[in-house]
Write a protein that binds this ligand. Structure first.
Ligand code: G3P
Length: 222
């Protein structure tokens, strides 16, 4: 499973990239708004750090405008994936821009039939928001399983990008059910590494190491 980082924060991207696990980045208007910086400036910086798919979202509601926005975003860098909301006008745009070779990430997906419609329109990625489904007491991961089965049944090439990931268990299950990608916030990526037994084990090793007799540099020479 590929890991994208779900953030528009350049420091978080740089830090997570240094751990060697980041294959791409997803942003959305809310994440960009948190940064208080120009969107284009943020995208340029992200593209200079990560050599992988970088999702940038459109913010218009009719297909002509979504298409125009998509073409502008795609011009910024070869790795830009245009993120388009799962509405009728969005799917009209996906169908057109995907034929032009623009990669798309159809976002705000909350049902298997929505995912099926996005695949039929030619989406490169589908983003089911599992955390937001869990929030309303629906099983987000069951949606990923359903979409996996449906896409496999009919050989749809659309890649499942598990989004709205809230904790490591979401990542573990997404990998088990065969999601192609998980987009993960920085805080959750950190939690994927951390384990209390690793910390206490390391602490004990280092304390024990202090008690090991060490030759001094003088005695080594002698
Ligand atoms: O990028 C879209 C998605 O991951 C949003 O997550 O936590 O706002 O539901 P969240």
């Amino acid at each position: 499973m590929r890991f994208f980082i779900d953030t528009a924060n350049v420091d978080e991207i740089k830090e997570a990239h240094s751990w060697g696990a980041i294959d791409g980045v997803t942003t959305n208007p809310s994440l960009v708004a948190k940064e208080g910086k120009d969107f284009r400036e943020i995208l340029d910086e992200i593209c200079s750090i990560i050599d992988g798919p970088i999702s940038a979202e459109t913010v218009t509601l009719n297909h002509e405008e979504i298409i125009a926005e998509s073409r502008e975003l795609a011009k910024i860098h070869k790795n830009i994936v245009v993120k388009i909301p799962l509405i009728k006008e969005g799917l009209k745009a996906v169908q057109i821009v995907s034929k032009e070779g623009i990669n798309t990430n159809v976002t705000l997906c909350f049902s298997a039939t929505q995912a099926l419609m996005a695949a039929k329109a030619g989406a490169t990625y589908i983003s089911p928001f599992i955390g937001r489904l869990d929030d309303i007491s629906q099983d987000g991961m069951a949606l990923i399983e359903d979409i996996r089965d449906i896409y496999d049944n009919y050989d749809f090439p659309t890649q499942i990008l598990t989004a709205s990931v809230r904790h490591p268990e979401h990542v573990r299950l997404a990998a088990l059910v065969g999601s192609d990608v998980a987009t993960i916030p920085f805080g959750v990526l950190e939690k994927l590494i951390k384990h209390p037994l690793t910390d206490s084990g390391l602490d004990k090793f280092l304390k024990d190491w202090e008690t090991v007799p060490k030759l001094t540099s003088t005695s080594q020479k002698g």
